[in-house]
Write a protein that binds this ligand. Structure first.
Ligand code: CLF
Ligand code: SF4
Length: 362
């Protein structure tokens, strides 16, 4: 199967529910003005946290609603993933069981995200069933989601109601002429396919409206952009300025992956990838408008563990089912493990760690 989308980090911007955070430099700089209580243990939003805390992507969203010229849905979505086939798409209850099993084995797991393998909001039934059940059985876990934004505005209230505090929207262009070179068509739910500039304009309209609405509801919004030389490379500063004005608080610029073997339109056309020097220059240029994330790993839609680590093989569907436990039994087992972990962590914890510990303590 395939895999897919999103991401980025934070500062006090219009609509960002931030405010200055004393000592925020210790959080890793890129998210210097985001509210500490929302990012201190999020491995993507806080650079410092990614050494300690883990995230899990549950691949419950196979369908997608637009075309990206850097994606071949046979492979992981470039927005949020590195190339590689997603080994399995999960049903919502299977995803919840996996999250509980992973959280039991990896007590540093703080975030469960839905990042594909298609688009999370192109699969609203599966996505919201998963979020609701996670919220019921493991309310301490942070819920995170990434999306291309096409269906975002209509789902903002449901995301808030389900406790999602971090959303990543992939925005590659704020000019539909440029957008159409990246996204040749979009297909809003229940509507016909819109091609070219018309489609890109619809996508942009929904992305910006969705970002603004999320920020107004206190959700931290990160924007991912794929840097594509000669297409949007020169345009990403304008992207950063525009999404900041709508309330995004972190930007994650990721290099185009255009290996011809992946079969993407850009790859097959021999489009070049940005050089490391270009990426450095781009991130530095855009950082004047929006804090830039620099530790992104372009994860798979079924990633497990700390960023850069890959523990997927230890948590396959087969292995979790072999435990022979009901979802409720997995939840009880995980709760016991969580309490034991935090008792150990807080015993003798220095005062500086108390706030951090209280976020996940029983
Ligand atoms: Fe996943 Fe994305 Fe949430 Fe993180 S990943 S949905 S914000 S929990 Fe992180 Fe992976 Fe980069 Fe994404 S390193 S690809 S930024
Ligand atoms: Fe692929 Fe784009 Fe759909 Fe993500 S949004 S799965 S990158 S086509």
């Amino acid at each position: 199967m395939e895999a897919l989308c999103s991401t980025a980090g934070c500062t006090p911007t219009v609509g960002c529910p931030a405010g200055e955070v004393p000592g925020a430099d210790a959080l890793g700089g890129s998210a210097a003005a985001a509210p500490a209580e929302k990012i201190h243990d999020h491995p993507c939003y806080s650079e410092a946290a990614h050494h300690r805390y883990a995230r899990l992507h549950v691949p419950v969203a196979p369908a997608c609603n637009l075309r990206c010229n850097y994606c071949n849905r046979k492979y992981d979505c470039t927005n949020e993933s590195r190339p590689g086939v997603v080994s399995e798409v999960l049903e919502p209850e299977e995803a919840v069981r996996k999250a509980l099993a992973v959280a039991t084995a990896i007590p540093e797991l703080t975030v469960v995200g839905i990042a594909g393998p298609g688009d999370a909001l192109a699969n609203p039934g599966r996505t919201f069933a998963t979020l609701a059940r996670l919220r019921e059985l493991a309310p301490d876990l942070r819920l995170c989601l990434s999306t291309n934004g096409l269906e975002l505005p209509q789902h903002v209230e449901a995301l808030v109601a389900n406790g999602v505090e971090h959303v990543t929207v992939t925005v590659n262009a704020v000019d539909p002429e440029i957008g159409a070179r990246i996204h040749p068509w979009v297909r809003p739910l229940g509507q016909r396919r819109r091609r070219g500039v018309l489609g890109a304009a619809r996508l942009l309209e929904n992305q910006l409206a969705g970002i603004e609405a999320l920020a107004a509801r206190g959700v931290l919004v990160k924007v991912n952009s794929v840097a594509i030389p000669e297409v949007n490379h020169h345009h990403l500063m304008e992207v950063a300025r525009t999404v900041r004005a709508r309330g995004a608080c972190l930007h994650n610029i990721m290099p185009l992956i255009a290996n011809p073997e992946h079969g993407t339109p850009f790859g097959l056309a021999g489009h070049r990838e940005p050089t490391p020097a270009e990426m450095l220059g781009l991130r530095a240029a855009c950082a004047g408008d929006l804090p830039e994330m620099s530790h992104c790993q372009q994860c798979r839609a079924d990633a497990v563990g700390r960023l850069g680590e890959d523990q997927r093989e230890a948590f396959t569907r087969e292995k979790i089912e072999a435990l022979g436990l009901s979802t409720e039994a997995l939840a009880e087992r995980r709760e016991a493990a969580r309490r034991a972990y935090w008792q150990q962590e807080t015993a003798g914890a220095p005062a500086a760690d108390e706030a951090l510990a209280s976020g996940g303590a029983p």
